[in-house]
Every structure is written in structure tokens, then in C-alpha cells.
Design a protein around this ligand. Structure first.
Ligand SMILES: *[C@@H]1O[C@H](CO)[C@@H](O)[C@H](O)[C@H]1NC(C)=O
Ligand SMILES: *[C@@H]1O[C@H](CO)[C@@H](O)[C@H](O)[C@H]1NC(C)=O
Ligand SMILES: *[C@@H]1O[C@H](CO)[C@@H](O)[C@H](O)[C@H]1NC(C)=O
Ligand SMILES: *[C@@H]1O[C@H](CO)[C@@H](O)[C@H](O)[C@H]1NC(C)=O
Length: 405
């Protein structure tokens, strides 16, 4: 494990001080002192009680606690602990921010402790791979051959390589999504591929491929030719329904440039119905992103100016109720301006009840809490921008010990 994760590799020398590389980013420095007191309690506590206490620690502290002694190490690494742990505490989703475009290097942000951790992601080779996450698992697909596909847990580093998805070898666009069932811990990975029909700008072959971890197999429930629309790289699975954005190939007003397709993975529409059942997006959007927040479909997008739809004047958040979009928040102007150079492209990603938004041009990270309807800057990322074209991006995932690919 050495060198994998800062909270693991630094914990031995650091016990007794504030642990980790980023002392200056921590707010809760008395926490470690409490842990030290627990060491003496260690003698009198039976295993099950100790287990229960450890289970209430934030996930990074659990890893540190595992370094205290052999007994604690065995407890936190046992399967029994991680299963029980999942029932005790719900962790808030973390955000992993890439700070290099060439390598998958970056830091993960924990919104509860408001700390950044240097964690290493398994599997992925560059930050422009396709990424999707659900229930503690993250799926990565390479952006060249689109045949290397992994599912991993970035916290416990367990991983699995999936067979390459069937269908077109070289698609023009691909959209990746994953959905974990919390009870059975099975998961589905979906890839929506689209490719222009040779010689015809308006016709696009679209296919949906779904991997089921129970059968370990891919199926292709749908292939269809779209006219006037193409698929893209944005999709998500909510409550058994695969949603993806489609993009108009011209014609129509700016408001009708994007549509949303809802494809129920269980009932499986017959082909030919896809675009007829598409749901228009509420306004002209840039950087439209789909996310699953507590099994509701949420979309985040930049709202274009009336006359220049490519220039954004704000960022909105919508939730889909049936076939209707309801705007639930708009980023207040002071936060929008707080990004500094906002060059109209941004990343956003969310799960559970948090949405993270960041500009590609800077490591500033804004968090929107859906329950409290509150915007808040993250603690400052330990990395600063070093050269003008340095890009930042990232994704959100649930830190969970117990989900294995
Ligand atoms: C942990 O799981 C075991 C079974 O694996 C169970 O007997 C025990 O009560 C659980 N403990 C807690 C704290 O849930
Ligand atoms: C995949 O690569 C293309 C070309 O470099 C890029 O435009 C696209 O954004 C990449 N996709 C992702 C998910 O990063
Ligand atoms: C995966 O999708 C199939 C339908 O294709 C569905 O029956 C199954 O419940 C899904 N599994 C998960 C874990 O969501
Ligand atoms: C998807 O289809 C199945 C089977 O027809 C149905 O039971 C389920 O309610 C549908 N899901 C949604 C979200 O509409």
C-alpha cells in the first residue's frame, strides 16, 4: 500500500500530529487528539464496540486508524467492518480534481472535513478518459480505442477490467454510465455509441450497450438510425432509466439544439421510437451535464446569451419531474464571477445531494447542496495554476469501503 494514498503512507510517522500532507488545509485539528485518547481505551474495549466507534470516523480517519496497531488494522480491513460501516454512516460524495491533463494526477475533496487528499486513482491513464460513477464505484473508459474499460473503487483500490463493449469499434461519440444497486451490489455499465452514417451528415447510427455484473455479459438492447440528431458523451442511469443527451445536426432554433432521451433499461422500447420520445431541454445550454441525485435526474448547464448562445451568462440546475424540467437553482452572480476567468466551459458532477462545479481554467471548486439550496466554495485546492493553458477537471464519487467491482 505504500505510496498509494497520503493518508496511508504518512500515517505511521504522523500519529500524534495532524496527519497528512495538507495540514494547512485542515480545519479540524483537535480530531487527532481524540484518536490518541482512544488508544488507551483500546485495552478495555471489546472488538464489537471498538468496531462501532471506528465506524463513526470519517473515511480518511479510518485508514489512519488502521495504522495505529495490529488489532485496529485487522478491524478496519475486515469485510465485516466495511459492511457494517456502510450502514452506520453516510459519507458525502467527494470530488476528485485532476490537476494535470496528461496524467491522472489530482486531489480528492472531502466536503465534510473540508480537506483535500492526495489519492491515486487506479486504472485510468489520462484525465480525458470517460468517467462515470455510482454507489462507490467509478468506471473509466479510454478515449482512443474506447475498448479499455474498468470499474474500480478508488478508496479500497479494488478493480476489474471489463470486456470491451460490442458494436462499432470506432464511434464518433460515446457516453458512459454506471449504476450500482445498493442492496445486491450488482451494477450495470452502459455505453451509448453514435457514428455518422458515411456520406450523410444527418443520419447517425446509435447503439446502446449494457454490461450486467451479474451475468458478466454485454447486451445490445437497441440500435437505431437517428435523423437530424446525434448522440454525444453525456449519459446517466437513474432508477433503472438510461438518460442521454442528443444534439441537433442543424435547423431549429437555438432552444432546440439539445434533447434528452429516456430509455428504460427494463422495459426496452422498440426501435424507431427514440427521438419521438425525446424531451426538449429548457433553454439553449452549453456544457449540459446529467447526474443522478438520489435517483432523480438533474441537469446542470450554462445558460447562453440570447444573441450569442455560446457565451454563457449564468449556470442553472434543473430537475426532471415526469417530462417537465423544473429549475431549482441558478448560480448567484457573485459565485459566477468568483471563478475569475470563466471561459464558458466548465465541469460539473454530482451525486447524492451535492453538485460540484468548476471552471476548466482554474482549480476553484464550488459546491451546491440540494437539500439546503446553498452554494459554498470548497476549501482551497492544494494546487495552483502554473501555466496559462493548464486545465482542471474532475468527477464526483461516493467514498465507500464496501463496494467492490
Ligand atoms: C456487524 O455485522 C455482523 C454480521 O456480519 C453482525 O453480527 C453485527 O451485529 C454487526 N455489527 C453492527 C455494529 O452492525
Ligand atoms: C475525448 O477526446 C476528444 C478529443 O481529444 C475530446 O474532445 C473529448 O472531450 C474527450 N472526451 C472526454 C470524456 O474527455
Ligand atoms: C441491470 O439492467 C437490467 C436490465 O437490462 C436490470 O434487470 C438489472 O436489474 C440492472 N441491474 C442493476 C444492478 O441495476
Ligand atoms: C421501467 O419499466 C419497468 C417495466 O416495464 C417498469 O416496471 C418501471 O416502472 C419503469 N421505470 C420507470 C422509472 O418508469
Amino acid at each position: 500500500m505504500e505510496g498509494e494514498t497520503s493518508w496511508v503512507s504518512h500515517c505511521i510517522d504522523d500519529i500524534g500530529r495532524d496527519v497528512g500532507e495538507f495540514d494547512s488545509y485542515s480545519e479540524l485539528s483537535d480530531e487527532e487528539n481524540k484518536e490518541i485518547m482512544a488508544v488507551s481505551l483500546d485495552l478495555i474495549l471489546p472488538d464489537d464496540l471498538l468496531e462501532r466507534i471506528l465506524a463513526y470516523l470519517p473515511i480518511a480517519s479510518i485508514f489512519k486508524a488502521g495504522c495505529v496497531c495490529k488489532r485496529w488494522h485487522e478491524i478496519v480491513n475486515s469485510r465485516r467492518f466495511s459492511w457494517n460501516f456502510s450502514r452506520v454512516l453516510s459519507q458525502k460524495p467527494w470530488y476528485f480534481m485532476f490537476t494535470s491533463s496528461d496524467e491522472p494526477i489530482g486531489y480528492a475533496y472531502d466536503p465534510i472535513l473540508r480537506k483535500w487528499y492526495g489519492i491515486e486513482l487506479p486504472c485510468i491513464e489520462t484525465s480525458n478518459w470517460f468517467i462515470a460513477s455510482s454507489g462507490g464505484l467509478v468506471s473509466f473508459m479510454d478515449n482512443e480505442s474506447r475498448s479499455e474499460l474498468y470499474v474500480c473503487n478508488p478508496i479500497n483500490k479494488r478493480r476489474r477490467k471489463l470486456e470491451q463493449p460490442p458494436g462499432l469499434k470506432f464511434s464518433d461519440y460515446s457516453a458512459l454510465a454506471i449504476s450500482v444497486n445498493r442492496m445486491s451490489r450488482n451494477y450495470n455499465v452502459s455505453v451509448v455509441k453514435s457514428k455518422q452514417v458515411p456520406g450523410d451528415f444527418f443520419q447517425w447510427d446509435l447503439s446502446i450497450h449494457v454490461y450486467d455484473s451479474e451475468t458478466l455479459m454485454w447486451v445490445t438492447p437497441l440500435t437505431e438510425v437517428l435523423t437530424g440528431w446525434r448522440g454525444g458523451d453525456e449519459s446517466v442511469i437513474c432508477d433503472g432509466v438510461l438518460y442521454f443527451l442528443i444534439y441537433s445536426m442543424g435547423g431549429g432554433s437555438p432552444e432546440n439544439r439539445h434533447g434528452l432521451i429516456a430509455y428504460n433499461l427494463s422495459s426496452r422500447l422498440s426501435p424507431g421510437l427514440l427521438t419521438r420520445s425525446s424531451i426538449p431541454v429548457p433553454c439553449s445550454l452549453t456544457c449540459g451535464r446529467l447526474m443522478n441525485l438520489k435517483d432523480k435526474l438533474v441537469m446542470v448547464g450554462g445558460i447562453g446569451k440570447q444573441d450569442r448562445p455560446d457565451i454563457i451568462k449564468g449556470i442553472g440546475i434543473w430537475i426532471l419531474n415526469g417530462k417537465e424540467w423544473q429549475e431549482i437553482a441558478r448560480m448567484p452572480h457573485k459565485f459566477f464571477q468568483g471563478f475569475g476567468e470563466f471561459d464558458d466551459v466548465f465541469a460539473s458532477s454530482g451525486t447524492d445531494d451535492l453538485i460540484y462545479i468548476q471552471s476548466y481554467g482554474a482549480p476553484a471548486l464550488l459546491v451546491f447542496d440540494m437539500n439546503q439550496k446553498q452554494w459554498r466554495w470548497s476549501q482551497k485546492c492544494p494546487v495552483t495554476k502554473k501555466f496559462p493553458l493548464q486545465l482542471f477537471t474532475g468527477f464526483c464519487f461516493e467514498p465507500r469501503l464496501e463496494t467492490d467491482p
